[in-house]
Design a protein around this ligand. Structure first.
Ligand SMILES: Cc1ncc(C[n+]2csc(CCOP(=O)(O)OP(=O)(O)O)c2C)c(N)n1
Ligand SMILES: [Mg+2]
Length: 908
C-alpha cells in the first residue's frame, strides 16, 4: 500500500501518455465522488457541506484559491422532491386569477377607449398575477392579524390587478372601476397608482417612483424590529413583502441598501423580484441573464436567494436529462433569446432552443402542445407556493425570490413578451377575444364590445373561496387603517426655559434644538416615542451626548468594548437603543423617517421621527423620498442642520445650502420653518406635536438650524404669549419695534434664521446713523405666509359676493410704515413670493449663487446679506419712494464700504 502511495506521490504526470493521464484523472475523480456519496449517505448534506468547506480551506492554505462563484446553476433552487403539497384548490384559484386578469385588462382598455391617452398598464400585472394570487390566498396576512399582519409593497404599475381583485371582493363599486384614472368624476374613479394621499384607507406605500419602494421596505422591516426590540410593538410573525420589478433594479436606490437588510438579519423581509426580463423599452439584460446577475448580487450581500425559473413541465425534461445538457443550455441562453420563445411559442422553442441532437432527443415524443406547456416558473402556483413557504420559514437573513415570468402573459399578439408590451393599453376586439379564450372567461362575443367587468354572484364558489381565504388570513389587502390614539402635546412648562433665552450665553440654534430634543426625550409620555435619525452626523450637530443617554439601536447589542468606553459619552450600541444611526445614507435615513413617520398608521404607534441631517443633502439629494413622505402622510420633523449659505462658513459650494427652503415649497403638506431663536424652535416643535399627534393632521415639518453661536434672546415682552405663538406658527411677528418714535423715515425689516442678527444690526445702524425708525420682524416661515395668502386670494376669487378676507401677512403689516426689506440666508425668491401681498413694494436680499469657502463676514458681504447691505437696500428703497435723495444713498454706500463693482454672486 505504502509503495503505491509513494509511487503516486512521486508520479510526474507530465511524463504520462495522454491515455494514462486521462485514466488517472478519471479514477481520481471517481474515488472522490464515491467518498462524497458515502459521506452523503451516512452523514447527510450538512456533513458534506462541512467537508467541502474544510477542503476549500485546506486548498487555500496550500495556495489553491477556489474561484469565487456568486451564482448557482440556472435551475430552480427548490428541488421537485422538496416542494410541499399545494394547500389550495388550484383549479378554483386559476379561475379566480383569470377573472382578475380580465377585469384588470378591461379597466385599462376601457379607460383608454373612452378617454384617449388616459394611460394604464396591462402587461406588468399580467406577468405577476399568479405571484400575487398565491400570496393573497395563502400568505399575506391582513390587518386583523395583529402583530402577525404583513406589510406589502405592491408594484405600482400592477395597480389594475389589485383594483380588479378588490372589485371581486366587493370593496369597490363598478363605477370606480369604470372611472379608473378619472379621480375627478362625479363617481370618482380609482387612482392610477398606489397613493396613500389619494386613497388613504387603501394604499399604504407609494411605490411607483421606481427604487423608492425597495429601499423603503428594507428600513420598514428594520423599523419593525426596532419597535419590537424597544418594546413598543409586540413581536409577531408579520413580514414585509416587497414586489420589485427586474428593471427597477437598475435604480441605485433599489440595490443600494440590501446589505443593511443582511447586516440586520432581517428575516422578516421578503423581496419578490418579478423577472419578466423586460422593462419599458425592451429587455432588462438581453445579452445576459438578469436572474443570474441578481442572484450573485443578493448572495454576495448575504441574502437567502430562491430562484424559480422553470415551471413544473420542465421538471419532466430535467428528470430525463442525466447528462446535464438541459441545465447547460439554460446557462447558455441569454434573456434576449429567451424572450423570443415567450413571444413566438412552441415552434420557435422546438427549433431554436432544442438545438443539439441530445436536446432534441429529450423532446422527441413531444407535441407542440406539450412544448407550449414549458412555462416560466413564476406562472406556476405550485412552484410559487414552495418558494413563498421557504421564504417565510427561513431564518437569519432576508430572502429574495427571483421569479421568471413573461411580461404581458396572456396578451398574445397584443403584446405578450413583445418589446412594446409595457405601453400597450388598447386591445382590439379580436385581441380581447383571444384573451378571453386563453383564460376561458364567460364573456360572450356581443358583450365584449362593451368592455364588461365580470363579477360572479356573491355566493359563487369563486367569491366564497376568495373571501374565505382573506378572512382566514386577517382581512383585505391592500388596506390602511390609521389607529393611533391622539396624544396631548407636552405642557408649555416643558419648554419654558427656552422662552427665557440664554442670558448672554452664546449658543447656536442647533444646540438649542438639541436641548429641546433632550427635554422631549425626558418627557414621560413622549420620550420613548421619539426616534432620532442621523446619517453619521450626530457629532456635527453636537448630539453625541445622546449616544450614551439613549443609546444607538443595534439588533445584536454591542459585541465589543467601545474604544471610548472610559469616556462619559461613549459610543453605546444596544438592543433597546433609541437612535437610528444610519451611516452615510440620507436615502436610508429618509426611509427610516418614512417608516417611523407612518408607524401611527401601520402599527398604531405614535412614533415621532426627528431626522437630522446636513440641510444641503436633504431635498436636493433625496427630494423624491420627501415627496413620497408627503404622499405617505408621514408625520415627524426633518431638521436641516448646518443650514444657511453664509452661516455654514468654510465648507464652500457643495455644502452651503441657500435653497432648501425653496425646495420645500412643492410638497403641499410640508411646513417649513427657518427659525432664528431657541424659543421659536420650542414653539414650533410643540405645535408640531400638537398638530400631528393630537389633532392627527397628516403634515410634517422642516426646520433649519444653524451652527452660528449667538446669545439667544428671551421672548419679546411687547407681545402676549398667544400672539407670539400665533406669529411664530403662522410665519411672522414683530420681534423688535423701532425705538425711534417721531421720525420722517420708516422701514420694516424682515429677518430669518441667523440673518436675523444682521437685520437687528441694520436696525441699530438705520436708527442711529440714518434716523430711520425701523421695525424688525422675525419671519419664521415664508412658506406658511405664502400658502395662507394664496388660500385667501383663492377664497376671495371664488366668493366675490362676500366680505374679502385679508391674508395674515397683510393683517400684520397693513399699518406698518415705510419701506419693506427682507433678508435671509436663502434665495431671494423666497421673500419675493410675498411681495404682492404687501401694501407696498419690497426689496429682497438673499444668497442666490454657488457658495464659497470663506468666513461668515466675507460670505455675507459677498452675497450682500449683511447689516451694511441691508442698510443700503433700505436707504435705496426710501430714495425710490422719493423720501431720500439718491446722493444720500451713494454717500452711504461709500461710508458702508460697499464696492459697487464687486462680483455678482449669482453669475460670477
Ligand atoms: C423613477 C422612475 N423612473 C421611471 C419610471 C417609468 N417607468 C414606469 S414602469 C417602467 C418599467 C418597469 O420595468 P420593471 O421594473 O421591469 O417592471 P415590470 O413592469 O416589467 O414588471 C418605467 C421605466 C418610473 N415609474 N419611476
Ligand atoms: Mg420587468
Amino acid at each position: 500500500m505504502t509503495d503505491v502511495l509513494d509511487e503516486l506521490l512521486n508520479l510526474d504526470r507530465s511524463q504520462l501518455e495522454p491515455e494514462e493521464l486521462r485514466e488517472l484523472n478519471e479514477t481520481e475523480l471517481r474515488e472522490w465522488l464515491e467518498s462524497l456519496d458515502y459521506v452523503l449517505a451516512s452523514g447527510g448534506g450538512e456533513r458534506v457541506k462541512d467537508i467541502l468547506q474544510k477542503l476549500e480551506q485546506h486548498a487555500y492554505k496550500h495556495g489553491v484559491p477556489i474561484p469565487y462563484n456568486a451564482t448557482t446553476p440556472y435551475i430552480n433552487t427548490i428541488a421537485v422532491e422538496d416542494q410541499p403539497e399545494y394547500p389550495g384548490d388550484l383549479e378554483l384559484e386559476e379561475r379566480i386569477t383569470n377573472l382578475i386578469r380580465w377585469n384588470a385588462m378591461a379597466m385599462v382598455v376601457r379607460a383608454n377607449k373612452y378617454s384617449d391617452g388616459i394611460g394604464g398598464h396591462i402587461a406588468t400585472y399580467a406577468s405577476a398575477a399568479t405571484l400575487y394570487e398565491v400570496g393573497f390566498n395563502h400568505f399575506f396576512r391582513g390587518p386583523q392579524a395583529g402583530p402577525d399582519a404583513d406589510l406589502v409593497f405592491f408594484q405600482g404599475h400592477a395597480s389594475p390587478g389589485f383594483y380588479a381583485r378588490s372589485y371581486l371582493e366587493g370593496r369597490f363599486p363598478v363605477e370606480a372601476m369604470r372611472n379608473f384614472r378619472r379621480e375627478l368624476q362625479k363617481e370618482p374613479g380609482l387612482s392610477s397608482y398606489p397613493h396613500p394621499w389619494l386613497m388613504p384607507e387603501y394604499w399604504t406605500f407609494p411605490t411607483v417612483s421606481m427604487g423608492l419602494g425597495p429601499l423603503m421596505s428594507i428600513y420598514q422591516a428594520r423599523f419593525r424590529r426596532y419597535l419590537e426590540d424597544r418594546g413598543l410593538y409586540p413581536s409577531g410573525r408579520g413580514k414585509v413583502w416587497a414586489f420589485v420589478g427586474d428593471g427597477e433594479t437598475d435604480e441605485v436606490e433599489t440595490l443600494g441598501g440590501i446589505r443593511v437588510a443582511a447586516r440586520n438579519k432581517l428575516d422578516n423581509l421578503i423581496w419578490v423580484v418579478n423577472c419578466n426580463l423586460q422593462r419599458l423599452d425592451g429587455p432588462v439584460y438581453g445579452n445576459g441573464k438578469i436572474i443570474q446577475e441578481l442572484e450573485g448580487i443578493f448572495r454576495g450581500a448575504g441574502w437567502n436567494v430562491i430562484k424559480v425559473a422553470w415551471g413544473s413541465k420542465w421538471d419532466e425534461l430535467l428528470a430525463r436529462d442525466h447528462d446535464g445538457v438541459l441545465a447547460r443550455r439554460f446557462e447558455e441562453m441569454v434573456d434576449g433569446e429567451s424572450q423570443r420563445y415567450a413571444a413566438f411559442g412552441a415552434p420557435e422553442l422546438r427549433d431554436r432552443f432544442f438545438n443539439t441532437p441530445e436536446l432534441k432527443k429529450l423532446i422527441e415524443d413531444w407535441s407542440d402542445d406539450d412544448i407550449a406547456q414549458l412555462n416560466r416558473g413564476g406562472h406556476d402556483p405550485v412552484k410559487i407556493y414552495a418558494a413563498f413557504q421557504r421564504a417565510v420559514q427561513h431564518r437569519g437573513s432576508p430572502t429574495a425570490i427571483l421569479f421568471r415570468t413573461v411580461k404581458g402573459y396572456g396578451m398574445g399578439e397584443a403584446g405578450e413578451a413583445k418589446n412594446v408590451t409595457h405601453q400597450q393599453k388598447k386591445l382590439d376586439i379580436d385581441q380581447m377575444k383571444a384573451f378571453r379564450d386563453r383564460f376561458e372567461l364567460p364573456v360572450s362575443d356581443d358583450e365584449i364590445t362593451q368592455y364588461p367587468f365580470f363579477r360572479p354572484e356573491d355566493d359563487s364558489p369563486e367569491l366564497r373561496y376568495m373571501l374565505g381565504r382573506r378572512e382566514e388570513l386577517g382581512g383585505f389587502l391592500p388596506a390602511r387603517h390609521p389607529k393611533s390614539e391622539p396624544l396631548e402635546p407636552p405642557e408649555r412648562e416643558t419648554f419654558e426655559e427656552f422662552m427665557q433665552g440664554t442670558e448672554g450665553r452664546e449658543v447656536s440654534t442647533t444646540m438649542a434644538f438639541v436641548s429641546i430634543l433632550r427635554k422631549l426625550l425626558r418627557d414621560e409620555a413622549w420620550g420613548k416615542l421619539v426616534v432620532p435619525i442621523v446619517p453619521d452626523e450626530a457629532r456635527t450637530f453636537g448630539m453625541e451626548a445622546l449616544f450614551r443617554q439613549i443609546g444607538i439601536y443595534s439588533n445584536v447589542g454591542q459585541l465589543y468594548e467601545p474604544v471610548d468606553r472610559e469616556n462619559l459619552l461613549y459610543y453605546k450600541e444596544s438592543r433597546d437603543g433609541q437612535i437610528l444611526e444610519e451611516g452615510i445614507t440620507e436615502a436610508g435615513s429618509m426611509a427610516s423617517f418614512l417608516a417611523a413617520g407612518t408607524a401611527y398608521a401601520n402599527y398604531g404607534v405614535n412614533a415621532v421621527p426627528f431626522f437630522i441631517y446636513y440641510s444641503m443633502f436633504g431635498f436636493q439629494r433625496i427630494g423624491d423620498f420627501v415627496w413620497a413622505a408627503g404622499d405617505s402622510r408621514a408625520r415627524g420633523f426633518l431638521v436641516g442642520g448646518t443650514a444657511g449659505r453664509t452661516t455654514l462658513a468654510g465648507e464652500g459650494l457643495q455644502h452651503q445650502d441657500g435653497h432648501s427652503h425653496v425646495l420645500a415649497y412643492p410638497v403641499p403638506n410640508l411646513l417649513a420653518y427657518d427659525p432664528s431663536f431657541a424659543y421659536e424652535i420650542a414653539i414650533i416643535v410643540r405645535e408640531g406635536l400638537r398638530r400631528m399627534y393630537q389633532q392627527q393632521d397628516d403634515v410634517f415639518y422642516y426646520l433649519t438650524v444653524g451652527n452660528e453661536n449667538y446669545a439667544q434672546p428671551a421672548a419679546p415682552e411687547h407681545l402676549e404669549r398667544e400672539a407670539l405663538e400665533e406669529g411664530v406658527i403662522k410665519g411672522l411677528y414683530l420681534f423688535r419695534p423701532a425705538s425711534r418714535k417721531r421720525s420722517k423715515l420708516h422701514a420694516q425689516l424682515f429677518g430669518s434664521g441667523s440673518i436675523m442678527n444682521e437685520a437687528l444690526e441694520a436696525q441699530r445702524m438705520l436708527e442711529s446713523d440714518y434716523k430711520v425708525a425701523t421695525d424688525v420682524w422675525s419671519v419664521t416661515s415664508y412658506k406658511a405666509l405664502h400658502v395662507d395668502a394664496l388660500e385667501v386670494d383663492r377664497f376671495n376669487r371664488l366668493h366675490p359676493d362676500e366680505e374679502p378676507r385679508v391674508p395674515f401677512v397683510r393683517q400684520q403689516l397693513e399699518d406698518a410704515k415705510g419701506v419693506f426689506v427682507a433678508a435671509s440666508d436663502y434665495m431671494k425668491i423666497l421673500p419675493d413670493a410675498l411681495a404682492r401681498h404687501l401694501p407696498r413694494p419690497m426689496v429682497s436680499l438673499g444668497t442666490d449663487g454657488f457658495g464659497r469657502s470663506e468666513a461668515r463676514d466675507e460670505l455675507r458681504d459677498f452675497f450682500e446679506v449683511d447689516a451694511r447691505h441691508i442698510v443700503l437696500a433700505t436707504l435705496q428703497a426710501l430714495a425710490r419712494e422719493g423720501e431720500l435723495e439718491p446722493s444720500v444713498v451713494a454717500k452711504a454706500r461709500a461710508d458702508l464700504g460697499i464696492d459697487p463693482d464687486k462680483p455678482n454672486p449669482y453669475v460670477d
